[in-house]
Design a binder for this molecule. Structure first.
Ligand code: NAP
Length: 532
């Protein structure tokens, strides 16, 4: 795929509404370089309700033509976006590093993850089972009643509003997983960019806009807005032309959008990925054989990216004993040498400091990392408490976004299971187990299935593979809808709904469910999967 993006590096400070570059009229925001402690040009004036209205109108206009494109046309469009992003990877990485304070290697990896996600959805489109094609052939002779011809396939919901995440300036922002899956489904997308990285957003927005044009798609297929969440963001969610919402961020922000969507005359689904503390269960055999190694590896996961991952291990649960003592000693030794690294925004750094202060009121401090030179850096923290105290406290379960974690010491396996039963819904639950622990692990597993979207053994929750079997979801408050995932191939299902066609004239049947299987899809015919 040849890139079609035009000249790149000069940022304009403008929004993009259906292919047109538009300057906002509201509050001017500028990105902040948390590593250098300075603001970055250009200014990005916020948009308002008129801009949200224009973007939604264009998306609604584009919907009929965009959803009529073939899977192959949309796959080529996603490939074109990926190629355009790769063509600007140098200025893009420079800008995203400056706007996020994240290390260059991490951001470079995120460019690859972003283009990889786009291409994953292109492959999902080409493979075709996303159509969910089912055919129950007519049974005219059936008694006492004949069966009609019944066929089913998925169709896109309509325009989708996507809220960029602060902590993934690329992979969960303008062309991130929410946008890629919605575009794959056949839904036009209106993105509200995050104020923390407007320059990165503009560059990626241009890459998508150029791909829209070169693919011959309606301009309203994509828009990028900047604006306040409670203002422009809520207007987007409330706009009757928007039919679904994708969000990654705080519990309060996600819940505000869920409430706004539910208050509409026509309520719509909000797929909000919010808060998770990702419990890690250390079983006795594993602790006894490698408690020290686990402690060091845990700190690596805890401090990666200043702990600004939704899968950061914020809770460790284990039974008291020498193995746990070895874990705690090794973790403390590693943590005191951990440098304070920049956090994404001054607000996130402030929220982190407040969260750590709250933990220090109710739990015992084990260790802190190296002290920060700037207020916006993350001063890592590790606390401990006992299971009865944890079980009695809601505050100890609150997400502290950053490199902070709490070790819960249990008296026995029953207490450990009581903690597993008490915790809220999570994106992940991790178990470290040796062969001798497998019976205990088997008793834990059914509890964890009710709490988490992903259960992992002998690893660390940070690092989410983008693949077909991945689940990045989980019961509330990890997400607002535990039936889906925001990472991986199944994310497309969030923006689709099934339609059943009964006794349609053959000439009107969509190709996915037409006789003769012109698209060569795997289809469920009379309940049996076949490519016939
Ligand atoms: P955020 O405050 O939830 O903001 C995310 C997006 O939602 C922004 O575009 C924001 O707009 C919008 N928004 C927030 N509150 C809203 C409301 N009441 N109504 C409508 N829109 C609203 O998240 P953040 O800026 O990324 O970080 C703040 C905190 O969120 C962090 O300190 C952390 O605690 C948490 N967080 C958690 C995760 C996670 O994965 N679990 C990820 C990121 C952040 P504005 O910018 O205009 O407010």
């Amino acid at each position: 795929m040849t890139a079609t993006i035009s000249a790149t590096a000069r940022l304009t400070g403008q929004m993009i509404i259906a292919g047109a570059y538009v300057r906002g009229t509201g509050t001017e925001i500028r990105a902040f370089d948390p590593a250098a402690g300075r603001t970055l040009d250009p200014a990005y004036p916020h948009g308002d309700g008129t801009h949200a209205d224009a973007a939604c109108a264009a998306a609604a206009d584009a919907f009929a033509a965009y959803r009529a494109t073939t899977s192959e046309q949309r796959a080529q469009f996603l490939d074109a976006i990926a190629a355009n992003i790769e063509a600007i990877s140098e200025p893009l990485v420079d800008r995203a590093v400056a706007e996020s304070g994240l290390p260059r290697a991490r951001i470079t990896g995120e460019v690859g993850r972003t283009t990889g996600q786009l291409r994953l959805f292109a492959s999902v489109l080409r493979e075709g089972s996303w159509n969910g094609a089912r055919i129950d052939p007519a049974m005219p002779e059936r008694t006492p009643l004949p069966r009609p011809d019944i066929r089913q396939r998925f169709v896109p919901l309509g325009p989708v509003a996507v809220f960029s995440a602060s902590n993934f300036p690329l992979a969960f922002s303008v062309a991130g997983g929410d946008t890629a899956s919605a575009l794959a489904a056949g839904c036009p997308v209106v993105v509200k960019g995050h104020d923390a990285h407007p320059g990165t957003s503009e560059l990626v927005g241009r890459a998508i806009t150029d791909a829209v044009a070169s693919s011959g798609l309606p301009a309203g297929t994509f828009s990028l807005l900047f604006g306040s969440g409670p203002g422009l963001g809520t207007e987007l969610v409330s706009d009757p032309r928007i039919k679904a919402v994708g969000f990654t961020g705080s519990r309060s922000g996600g819940l505000a959008l869920v409430a706004a969507a539910a208050a509409r005359p026509e309520p719509i689904p909000v797929y909000a990925e919010m808060s998770s503390i990702n419990p890690v269960f250390l079983l006795d055999g594993a602790l006894d054989s490698r408690g020290g190694d686990l402690g060091r590896a845990f700190v690596g996961s805890l401090t990666m990216g200043s702990g600004q991952f939704c899968t950061n291990p914020g809770l460790v649960i284990a039974i008291d004993g020498p193995g746990l003592d070895a874990f705690v000693a090794a973790a403390a030794e590693a943590l005191v040498a951990a440098p304070a690294t920049p956090m994404l925004t001054p607000t996130i750094a402030q929220n982190y400091a407040t969260g750590v202060e709250a933990l220090s009121q109710s739990a015992e401090l084990v260790a802190r990392g190296l002290p920060p030179e700037r207020e916006t850096a993350c001063h890592a923290a590790l606390f401990t408490t006992d299971a009865p105290t944890f079980l009695a406290s809601e505050e100890l379960q609150a997400e502290v976004f950053g490199s902070s974690s709490l070790i819960v010491r249990c008296a026995d396996a029953d207490q450990m299971r009581a903690v597993a039963q008490r915790i809220e819904g999570q994106l992940t639950a991790t178990v470290h187990a040796d062969e001798s622990d497998l019976e205990d692990a088997a008793r834990l597993l059914p509890l964890l299935e009710l709490k988490a979207g992903r259960i992992l053994f002998d690893g660390w929750p940070t690092g989410v593979e983008v693949s077909h079997a991945m689940v990045h979801g989980g019961p509330f408050p990890a997400t607002s809808d535990s039936r889906t995932t925001s990472v991986g191939a199944r994310a497309i299902e969030r923006y689709l709904r099934p339609v059943c066609y009964q006794n349609l004239p053959k000439s009107l049947l969509p190709s996915a469910i037409a006789d003769g299987n012109p698209d060569r899809l795997w289809r469920r015919i009379d309940g049996r999967l076949t490519q016939d």
